[in-house]
Design a protein around this ligand. Structure first.
Ligand SMILES: [Fe+2]
Length: 371
């Protein structure tokens, strides 16, 4: 049985001013965002809202400690709607604040607290990657447990995913690169997932095409060419979010978690470090089947033979973000075994979506090859 749904209403609006007017943003709203985004786009437009700047609560990826810090500050404010404006860090934490009980957040993630959604939730992505605006997942680094963990429940769906291309206008190149590569990986992992269906595949394929054709234009036209493509990338990342929200991600995400949690490598970059290593292994273990369809799609876009697509892909992606071996992030050889154990023990939710089964030995071998 295959199921497919898109829960949030998707709204495409050209400017932030139009959004604030149309949705009467102000009193009764809890806005969770970055100080830079707020000052650049909203400070002159919004009055009376409770505004939270996430970097007051910590650096790096979203964590349980940051959620608890925000909760302490806003627990007495009376808000009916959460407006999340940001990338993965903002959105993954903001989703939790639409629930009746947020704290202790560890209990929420351990399913000791029943999630009950009591606030309206609007999500405005400012990067072109997470797809989090259309998924029901919140992923936090659990500081005391030295790992990342996902909470995926229907109560974490937004009511509206609001796509405003203007919000991506000053996205720095590094964030553009890491977020869009993350979106590409969402599209490719979900395409090969056993949960994929003809409905998810159409979103995966369109996202792959938009992103890779966009990269080719940027590779030839340089930085300046990116500006004209922002809307395409924003839409592509939402397509990829719809695909993986239904079909799931797999080993690339699972194996990137220890690198992100221990060495604080940004999510998209940690994924890219694992990406082609995992896909080349899939191809080696199960060369026939659906991966051939994917390779044909890639071969057509990259204009290369089917057997060379992952090298061709890496060559193109390296022009957007340079891939680094794991040791360059500070990973030590002896840690590869604990990384492997962590993936096998804690990432079953993702590993269940792999194209073909990856044993503990195989995961360890991939880490070694990428080291
Ligand atoms: Fe991701």
């Amino acid at each position: 049985m295959k199921q497919f749904s898109v829960v949030p209403e998707i709204v495409l609006i050209e400017t932030c001013a139009d959004f604030v007017t149309n949705y009467a943003v102000g009193a009764g709203d809890l806005i969770i965002t970055s100080e830079r985004t707020y000052k650049t786009y909203f400070a002159d437009l919004v009055r009376g809202a409770t505004v939270v700047f996430i970097r007051k609560y910590g650096q790096g990826e979203p964590s349980d400690e940051m959620v608890e810090g925000i909760y302490e500050d806003i627990k007495d404010s009376n808000y009916q709607r959460v407006v999340a404006i940001g990338g993965g860090t903002v959105v993954d934490m903001a989703k939790l604040f639409a629930l009746e009980t947020v704290s202790p957040v560890l209990d929420l993630f351990d399913h000791k607290i029943l999630p009950v959604k009591t606030k309206e939730l609007l999500i405005l992505p400012t990067t072109c990657g997470t797809g989090s605006e259309v998924t029901n997942i919140s992923i936090l680094e659990l500081k005391t447990r030295h790992t990342k963990m996902g909470l995926a429940v229907p109560e974490l769906f937004a009511d509206k995913a609001v796509l405003i291309p203007e919000l991506l206008a000053d996205l720095p190149q590094k964030f553009f690169a890491t977020s869009s590569i993350d979106a590409l990986i969402h599209a490719m992992e979900s395409y090969l997932s056993p949960k994929a269906s003809p409905f998810t595949e159409i979103f995966s394929v369109q996202a792959i095409e938009n992103i890779l054709y966009g990269y080719q234009i940027i590779a030839t036209g340089g930085e300046a060419a990116r500006k004209a493509l922002l809307k395409d990338f924003l839409i592509a990342s939402t397509y990829a979010g719809i695909a993986f929200g239904n079909a799931g991600c797999g080993a690339v995400h699972a194996m990137s978690y220890p690198l992100g949690a221990v060495y604080h490598v940004p999510h998209g970059e940690a994924n890219y470090a694992m990406f082609t290593g995992v896909f080349k292994t899939y191809l080696r273990l199960k060369p026939t089947g659906k991966i051939q369809d994917l390779n044909n799609i890639l071969a057509k876009i990259l204009n290369c033979p089917g057997e060379a697509v992952y090298d061709g892909l890496e060559k193109l992606l390296n022009q957007i973000l340079q891939k680094k071996p794991l040791h360059e992030y500070g990973v030590k050889q002896e840690e590869l075994m604990s990384f492997t154990a962590s993936v096998m023990e804690k990432q079953g939710r993702l590993m269940a979506n792999n194209y073909t089964e990856l044993s503990k030995e195989m995961v360890y071998k991939i880490y070694q090859e990428l080291y």
